[in-house]
Design a protein around this ligand. Structure first.
Ligand code: ADP
Length: 246
């Protein structure tokens, strides 16, 4: 009992320390560039000013993302997330998520393939959107310019499931890291990932949301890229409109 308590306390302290670090890095950068702009405004070229303001904006966005992710984690952990289930066709959600990500990664190529006569699935549509955005964003973020991101939706008739596959041609994930990436604040420490911005909460949130909706998430990777699969049971009509707080 005492041991459990100490472990919880330690996890809590680690969490606070990680969050503080994640907050401090962008804040230090924002303050530094704001200071420079204030003190040396007249000596800076318009290009320099623009560059510094862009950094301030990017770092502010990074903070907003972090805070939004933290709020999601906190809601999920206190089991206060309201899920409103609906039986939906997944295709329009994939299309809209790809459209949104496409705007941020202009050189990537996005291809979607859908099997015919796909079953509907029972999900909270906001959460489905968040799951798709996280995975398609990661597939684009961790892969080079001009590469291909593929989203395939198919079904397995044997167990009556729908399978969404998100595949990239990116930097890949080592076998040993495959389990870790779903942990809170887990980022793979490599020269390639260090250059890419993130806070290590996206996949933790994604996996938690998938599992809350009774789905499953799987990952495989090789040196040619990574592949994430999200699997949901086909819906049955009686679940429609069901609400749950979890
Ligand atoms: P973030 O992207 O904010 O760091 P995530 O929780 O979404 O956090 O991902 C955790 C880690 O998993 C990432 O830091 C990255 O190292 C690795 N990762 C996730 N998706 C991919 C991918 N498609 N290709 C390669 N690595 C990935």
């Amino acid at each position: 009992m005492e041991n459990n308590h100490n472990q919880l306390e330690q996890a809590h302290l680690d969490f606070i320390s990680t969050v503080s670090h994640e907050l401090r890095t962008p804040l230090t950068s924002i303050r530094g560039f704001a200071d420079t702009l204030l003190q040396s405004h007249d000596r800076l070229t318009p290009e320099q000013r623009e560059k510094f303001l862009t950094i301030i904006k990017d770092q502010s966005n990074r903070l907003i993302n972090l805070v939004e992710n933290l709020l999601t984690v906190s809601k999920m952990q206190s089991n206060k997330e309201l899920m409103i289930y609906k039986s939906v066709d997944v295709v329009p959600f994939v299309e809209s998520a790809v459209q949104m990500i496409k705007n941020q990664y202009k050189t990537h190529k996005f291809v979607c393939n859908y099997e015919k006569n796909l079953p509907k699935i029972m999900v909270d549509t906001d959460k489905l959107q968040q799951i798709l955005l996280n995975l398609i964003d990661n597939a684009s973020k961790y892969s080079p310019e001009n590469s291909l991101v593929e989203v395939n939706v198919g079904q397995n008739f044997n167990d009556n499931t729908l399978i969404i596959t998100i595949k990239d041609e990116g930097i890949g994930i080592n076998e040993a890291d495959l389990e870790k990436i779903f942990n809170k604040f887990s980022r793979i420490d490599s020269p390639l990932t260090r250059k890419i911005q993130g806070n290590g909460l996206g996949l933790y949130i994604t996996k938690t949301l998938v599992e809350k909706m009774n789905g499953e998430i799987k990952v495989s990777s090789c040196d040619k890229g990574s592949e994430f699969k999200v699997i949901f049971k086909a819906s049955s009509p009686e679940d429609n409109g069901k609400k749950a707080i979890c």
